[in-house]
Design a protein around this ligand. Structure first.
Ligand SMILES: C[S@@+](CC[C@H](N)C(=O)[O-])C[C@H]1O[C@@H](n2cnc3c(N)ncnc32)[C@H](O)[C@@H]1O
Length: 221
């Protein structure tokens, strides 16, 4: 069951964790995810760019990324955004949680279609697909190449299924040389697990109250 903290931040009692920072979820989303893959520079000159997010939640990261994509991409470029989610939120919950005026236009474009799990937005500049189910299972049924991963499960100590060897192995299978990964956590077993499947991981300063976080690139095993 979803509960609400200050600033419209959803909280999961089941996982005892919040969906994003109560201080400033939007700034956190930029610092951890968009900056973590060096967006928008990372997609300049690419006709197609595929991001896969593990833990779609409220869609905050997606909508923040969508806004940046629309500002910094050509009409001939397509963003493919895949996201896994085991417990999809209700329309009203997304509407309430993503409350930033600067995202309202993108949120409306998304919510007109939600809860459809596949949608084409902005005349084909963005293709979105929600993989409803457990991350490892959904990834095992997926093919193609991902250019960047956003890892946004609940804290690794509370949500082991999102940070398992199975998930890391599927990520490696779906990556190419140079595929990027970024996450809010600096947990040692996450860094080691991603290293083992071929990602070269680095620590960088964390956002807000977190001291460090990780990002990296796939170089093969
Ligand atoms: C920290 S929240 C995600 C926040 C989200 N990225 C946002 O922008 O609002 C973690 C998400 O992972 C989902 N989740 C938990 N276990 C999962 C699993 N095994 N597979 C897929 N999603 C899972 C939760 O339901 C929750 O939505």
């Amino acid at each position: 069951m979803l509960e609400w903290k200050e600033n419209n931040v959803p909280y999961s009692a089941e996982f005892n964790d919040i969906y994003f920072s109560v201080d400033d979820g939007l700034a956190e989303s930029k610092a951890v995810f968009l900056d973590g893959i060096n967006a928008p520079e990372v997609w300049i000159g690419k006709n197609e760019f595929t991001i896969c997010e593990l833990g779609f939640g409220t869609g905050l990261n997606f909508l923040n990324c969508l806004k940046l994509w629309l500002k910094h991409s050509g009409e001939d470029q397509t963003l493919h955004y895949l996201a896994t989610e085991l417990y999809p939120l209700a329309w009203e919950e997304i509407q309430k949680a993503v409350h930033w005026p600067e995202l309202s236009e993108c949120k409306e474009a998304f919510l007109v279609n939600y809860p459809s799990t596949e949608m084409t937005l902005y005349d084909g500049r963005v293709k979105f697909r929600l993989l409803k189910g457990d991350s490892a299972t959904e990834l095992s049924k997926t093919n193609g190449i991902v250019d960047a991963w956003f890892l946004d499960g609940f804290a690794p100590s509370k949500n082991a299924d999102m940070w398992s060897e199975r998930v890391f192995a599927e990520m490696a299978r779906l990556s190419r040389q140079g595929t990027m990964v970024t996450t809010f956590t600096a947990a040692g077993f996450v860094r080691r697990g991603l290293n083992e499947v071929g990602f070269t991981m680095s620590k960088r300063p964390g956002y807000g109250r977190k001291r460090e976080m990780l990002n990296g690139e796939y170089h093969g095993s």
